[in-house]
Design a protein around this ligand. Sequence first.
Ligand code: ATP
Length: 499
Amino acid sequence: MSKLLRLNGLTKAYPGVIANNAVSFDIGTGEIHALLGENGAGKSTLVKMIYGLVKPDSGEMEFAGQPFAPSEPRAARQSGVAMVFQHFSLFEALNVAENIALGMENPPRSNILSKQIREVSAKYGLTIDPDRLVGDLSAGERQRVEIIRCLLQDPKLLIMDEPTSVLTPQEVDTLFITLRKLQAEGTSILYISHKLDEIRTLCEHATVLRGGKVVGTCIPSQETAKSLAEMMVGAKLQTPKKAATELGQPLLKLENLSLQSKDPFGTSLRNITFMLRAGEILGIGGVAGNGQDELMLALSGEELVDANAISLKGEFIGQLGPTPRRMRGLLAAPEERLGHAAAPDMSLTENSLLTAFYRQRLGRRGFVNKQASENFTKAIIQQFDVRTPGITNTAKSLSGGNLQKFVVGREIVQNPTVFVVNQPTWGVDAAAAASIRQALLELASNGAGVLVISQDLDELMEVSDNFAVLAEGRLSKPQNAKGVTVEEIGLMMGGSEIA
Ligand SMILES: Nc1ncnc2c1ncn2[C@@H]1O[C@H](COP(=O)(O)OP(=O)(O)OP(=O)(O)O)[C@@H](O)[C@H]1O
């Protein structure tokens, strides 16, 4: 196989950490190559260098036989590199074609562009109507828009960063068909994912990074998910286990909770009713955009609802804001880590204060107790193995997975009565995900009620006692999580009738 991209000794350092340390490997023409590594291993830094977003301190690249040193993404795109990011960068108020035109150097006239979009979409099985408003599209459809935008550039290398975290199992299958078609035509794909079973079925080669260095290469189909994870971590892995517990008294009750979404593209909640008991983990599945964000806001107290719609240990709290709810033991960790769960430019200690000031008594009369808040922050870092040079580092300097560990840890360390978490292991590597899930299981074993909202079905099946699906703002009746198959749930998530 001829080589499309050669990386030779790429190195990039940030203050206190070498994000990439003499990284060398090749990607063949028409090869699907996985980049594996635990959180903070340096995967994003590496692909940012290939895409011209970050300049290496040293080392060289070669692309299609030519020296390659893109000074900006536009230069990388001109050479034939395209990238689908983890976070979509689409404007909800514009339609598909308008969004695609915005990302192009020289967009053609709109009727020609719509025709091109239809052709690419038919050829690669990426069904989408160019005239639809992006705000009305599901996460899977939005991703198709991003992929089509890339394919219109006719890329030689497509980089995909965690592409399946927002997809239903059926959408994942469709995506893989598209990627294999591209591969058959000679397009190379660099694929980053923490979902190791997917890597085993899709990717021909894998390069494993640890601490910024290449620590191994392998043929994923010849490995197990466990052996891949162990290669990443460099140690043996343990699967989370829940100690058998009897479910106790009801802690949190929602009764006919309805909430009009303030987001014009959001989903209003309709008559949500469920009960969460002590010791229970209730898993809520569903495709993003079906009311998950609204449910989080209603539970955290950022949106007030009818007083009687929510009760915590018998007390009606629907009209209480976040701080009084926290004081009563209802803690929440939202999905978006940078900007919502954590303030990007504030240090980790300052971010601790955001949710723990009152509950952990980290200060008095508005004055911060420096020692107490630093100790609290150190406890999170230590218990949740947050990899960072220290507590004075800003939230945004952490890798995505490490910030996630911090955000979840910050609440668990506060010993909640009820903990609500949205996408607890989103973007978190296999070992860290296992330890976060273990922490959730232990929290429940110790008598808390835990509500886990997630799009990762394997995760929900691993931790939940009971399970329900949120679809178009309605919640299905919770049922015992044992006995439902992932396929059945996938269909429910896609909007099929719930049995
Ligand atoms: N702009 C930056 N400033 C300071 N440190 C950074 C910056 N970007 C990355 N780092 C550090 O470089 C290291 C590698 O981070 P990178 O984001 O490349 O990891 P990753 O493998 O993509 O992790 P994840 O899977 O969690 O996204 C981490 O220690 C991170 O904290």
